[in-house]
Write a protein that binds this ligand. Sequence first.
Ligand code: SF4
Ligand code: SF4
Ligand code: FES
Length: 524
Amino acid sequence: MPKFTLDGKEISFEAGETVMEAAWRQGIEIPHYCWHPGLSIAANCRMCLVHVESGRQMAMPQLAFDEAKGEYVPATKPKLQPACQLAAAEDMVVSSTNDEVKTAQAAVQEFLLLNHPVDCPICDQAGECKLQDYYYEHQGTLKRKLTEPVHKPKGVRFGPTIIYDAERCIMCTRCIRVCDEVAKDHVLDMRERGNKSEIILAPGRELDHKYTLMTEHVCPVGALTSQDFRFKARVWFLKSGQGVCTGCATGCNTHVDYDPRYGKVYRLRPRDNAEVNEFWMCDDGMMTYTRHDTDRLVMSTAGRGDERVPIGEGQALDLAAKKLEAVEASKLAVVLSAQSTTEDNLALAKLAASLGADRLYLAALGGWEGDDILRSEDNNPNRAGATQAAGGRTLKSVGDLLADVQSGAVQGVLALGWATAETLKELAPLVALDSVVSLASHVGALPAAASVAIPVADTFEIDGSFVNAKGLTQAFRPTLSPPDGIQPAWKTISSLAGKLGKELGFEDVQGLRQGLVDAVEAAQ
Ligand code: SF4
Ligand code: SF4
Ligand code: FES
């Protein structure tokens, strides 16, 4: 691989890469605002200026003070070049830290802050703002401009999800490019020139495509804020876990930002994965975090409708076992879930096998609008993993289950998960059965139709994996602890198996995964 030298370090690069890109791939940051690895090059902020010290020097005319003559005389200084636009070349020697570069970085910073409102105490970007970071790293001087800054519109509603503050905007155009190049919707543009410039909406439009939150995500300062997150949390109180989006079968990788003081998730952000989502997520996926603490099932219950009563966990397991024992194995339906992890589904499939129950079904949401950007038409994250857990066989739907209940072929049900396309009204045949046991993290039609409902942990609270639509297995670790007394579904299934006198042969998630690997290998 060809190499160039950056600040004394050898950097290898691929043909066509810029100095910025090659350095970024090797974890070296050259200060920048407008450059983003997933977007085209605009080279408009000039924060990434570097000095190419090798080869013929490009020179810029300037006036330099001549001590001997006591006056300014014509001179030249090296012409700096934007690293984001500069093609890397073999044996090139580049400095991003010499005196010329440092002077330029400080000058660009000062220029960008000339009219900036310095709203930091009330700005949502504070704590993760490039203007703040680079001020400390590359400027650090007091403001010299004493006149009134230029005022521009603040709090402009761009659409249902995004608010714009033109005074904070540094006109890097990342938001315009993310709409053009990722969402393929030219809904944002720029108007006016110089310090009057601002970002505007296309006439008659709102910022309302399916990737609007990516504009806020790429904005390097606090000019774009999300309606959902603004004024809710200070980012320095947040910690971050690594997750996989539950919105659809694409399985975009996420940072799960939560406040450990309250055990509360405040937002999801895309986690870069070149194989899956590159740098992006869709709005619906970003908002899936709101499901976590909405309509949680927190108590085991027995009975239905007005007769439903809360019961203890041990009592619920005993009752569930009793209900399941009352059903002949050939008439027991076991419902896997396309919203649950492969491990939870595998535990349930193992329990079904140990009971001799061969009737396996799959509960899933009914699909949504996909696109050729990221969104899969299947709004379930793990249909493929649930199918793998069932040994690759085709699983019947909840619609088929209802028909089998009505024909009398099924007389009892053990179901995982809350999510199904059917409403409680449509699940009426299940409500007529005495033995319907539901293991679910959230309220939904399946637990509502059950005669015994036992709460289990949610995706943010467990170790597990999903298999996405392309067949890629993606594991994740727990970010939060489940509410007191609530276990991951695989553990609850193992306890239920114990009550039924069965041993499922795994102690933990690793044991379950190994079982799956062995099964897949045996099938090959
Ligand atoms: S709103 Fe943000 S992303 Fe858009 S141009 Fe301004 S600073 Fe850049
Ligand atoms: S495309 Fe699918 S997986 Fe990706 S963020 Fe959207 S809903 Fe989540
Ligand atoms: S990052 Fe290179 S000019 Fe903005």
